[in-house]
Design a protein around this ligand. Structure first.
Ligand code: ATP
Ligand code: MG
Length: 268
């Protein structure tokens, strides 16, 4: 069976898309699953966090080329070992416009033809805007994970991302659904954070997952290019547990089953 293709998005910057992408990849690797990360952000933070030695063919080349299955040529090994590959990003992604022509938002989907059956999970790390890169991700994905932080803007930010998913669904990717809204960087001791989490749950119900805690170990592991599951500290272990819980949402259940389950529960 083809792997789920999960777009990790938020239209707001710096809320933790790359952190959630890397955390999910680390959790999947820990379960001995094969993972491919497609770095769609010109900042190339995911590529850096995966400790990639040699960047050759990149997401930019893949989108520019646009041929069916060309993504296979850009699959690159990472420092995380044999289970984790990347299609890396580079700064040029920002400046190199995706050629127009027929269906410009389907170039990534086309490029990934034949890729999904080689992996157990594909993660698309989106840039912080609803430009053509994120739109390409939303057409290639089978599931969307929306990342947010427990702030005053959380509900509004998540709503915009959910709306972008709905639009992609309407415009031609009806199998896409939001499987999780992930509050990141929370501190349980802060009443403001608890209040914002409640607010998110009151709007989005069961789609809101348990929060990913704020832990310095997350930044340390990213800086060292190491999976959070391999970083040895109490903070890393609590972060890793949060990603283990989260991966149950995206990789264990097929998107359709979970979407049905969520609709049933919300309908009650
Ligand atoms: N739970 C967390 N605990 C500690 N630090 C975190 C956590 N989540 C994210 N960070 C840190 O916050 C910064 C921004 O996170 P990240 O890069 O994942 O966000 P992003 O949404 O991908 O940003 P961008 O929009 O620029 O792509 C990074 O330095 C990251 O290490
Ligand atoms: Mg990022």
């Amino acid at each position: 069976m083809d792997a789920p293709v999960v777009a990790v998005l938020s239209l707001k910057g710096g809320v933790g898309k790359t952190t959630v992408t890397l955390g999910l990849a680390s959790a999947a690797r820990n379960e001995r699953r094969r993972v491919l990360i497609v770095d769609l952000d010109p900042q190339a933070n995911a590529t850096a966090g995966l400790n990639v030695a040699d960047v050759g063919y990149t997401t930019s080349d893949v989108l520019y080329d646009g041929r069916s299955g060309v993504g296979l040529d850009a699959i690159t090994a990472t420092g995380w070992g044999e289970l984790v590959d990347v299609i890396p990003a580079e700064r040029a992604l920002e400046h190199r416009a995706v050629p127009s022509g027929a269906d410009p938002v389907r170039r990534l989907q086309r490029a990934l033809n034949g890729v999904a059956d080689r992996y157990d999970l594909i993660l698309l790390d989106c840039p912080p805007s609803l430009g053509e890169l994120t739109r390409n991700a939303l057409f290639a994905a089978t599931q969307a994970v929306v990342v947010t932080e427990p702030s005053y803007f959380a509900v509004q930010g998540a709503q915009q991302a959910v709306e972008a998913v709905t639009v992609a669904g309407r415009e031609g990717n009806p199998r896409l659904s939001v499987v999780a809204i992930v509050p990141n960087r929370t501190r349980a001791a802060l009443s403001e954070h608890r209040y914002r989490l409640e607010e998110l749950r009151s709007v989005f119900g069961v789609k809101v997952t348990d929060a990913i805690p704020e832990r310095t170990a997350i930044q340390q592991a990213q800086g060292a290019g190491v999976p959070i599951h391999d970083w040895k500290s109490a903070g890393a272990r609590s972060a890793a547990r949060a990603f283990d819980d989260l991966i149950g949402r995206v990789a264990d259940v097929s998107a359709r089953d979970l979407a049905d389950e969520l609709t049933t529960r919300e309908g009650r």
